[in-house]
Design a binder for this molecule. Sequence first.
Ligand SMILES: [Zn+2]
Length: 179
Amino acid sequence: MSWSLLCVALYLSWCCGAVAATLETRYYDVQLYPEFDMYTAIERLRDVPVARYELLNETPQGPRDIFAGMLDAVYLHACETLDIHMTSFRIRLEVLPDAAAVGQAVERFLGFVRQTPSFYHRDTNTIYISGADLRSGILAHETGHAVINHYFVVPPPEKMQEVLCGYVEYSLMRDSVKE
Ligand SMILES: [Zn+2]
């Protein structure tokens, strides 16, 4: 999908009403905080190489479709990079307002304070991510953790996961759409 087509779809959809707080994509069950601005998020994720994945080439009907397509493209990219293919796997994705809110999730699950823009919690298969810091590379990194943790019966050690997920993040940025 070209950026101009995307802009037209955004413009048309702007008049068509509110955005709900939940979204089901092909691979993510998404929870959005109430003030989440989908238009800003789409702008921030515009480097995601959506067109590369033919499954996502349907004409988008509005911002929810565009946003969903971008998320699913990140998932497919992570799987492709890791050479791990799980077509029926789903990930919970909670978009929180900022890194402080993500830090609270860390504290709730891990028992220590750490301010971070994103975090994957294996037991609930949930990515927590700061809407203020939402970037394709961060989402790709955390998606890598989700995929690795559910593919291997015994997940690789944390340091090895960081290397692999760092590579997923790097490779998406390398292949990203540049204008
Ligand atoms: Zn990591």
